[in-house]
Design a protein around this ligand. Sequence first.
Ligand code: NI
Ligand code: MN
Length: 218
Amino acid sequence: MQITWLGHSAVKIKGTKTIYIDPFLSENPAAVTSPEQVTEADIVIVTHDHSDHLGDAFPICKKTGATLVGIHEIAVMAEAEGITAEGMNIGGTVEVKGVKVHMVQALHSCEQGDPAGVVVEMDNKTLYHAGDTALTYDMKLIAEFFLPDLSFLPIGDRYTMGIHSAAKAVEFTQTKKVIPIHYDTFPLVDADPEEFKKQVGDKAEVIILKPGETHSLP
Ligand code: NI
Ligand code: MN
């Protein structure tokens, strides 16, 4: 499985299916990938409707025919634009094209619906994308129910967890690997991923990527 960080919270997961989560590309100052370069996608997952997460999700779905997965209110907006969507809500699971998506809690705000995180199961790998969230004690349930092979956790502070909270989230979720996200996009979310790595210590493998870089998950 090939995991590519596209900058901010945008990730591409390529396994049996190609999945994008929070594809914020055209307005993303950190992105090196343009939405025009996205030619193939099976599933596009949106954690919440803030513009730095909804991003280019709808145009990508329209172009590629990908199914959008998001909370009910976002799915309704997508369907109104002719996009195939699977609406869901926190606590639920949907299976789309052989991929399981569990929607989990995020402590944050948004315009429509509620903010969420997702746990994705594909090719016998379990990945947790926390979306935008504060640290919550409920993240211990991620460990109990899912034991992620890899997690994407925000570390940029101000709008989400900062480094200290995110290091605690690694402990709560018992994730084996972690890719820090939602930092260094704008000056307001600047953070040092090496400091995060130091605070995580031996609790997990911290994979620091540059936007556009790929990590192979064996
Ligand atoms: Ni947000
Ligand atoms: Mn955000």
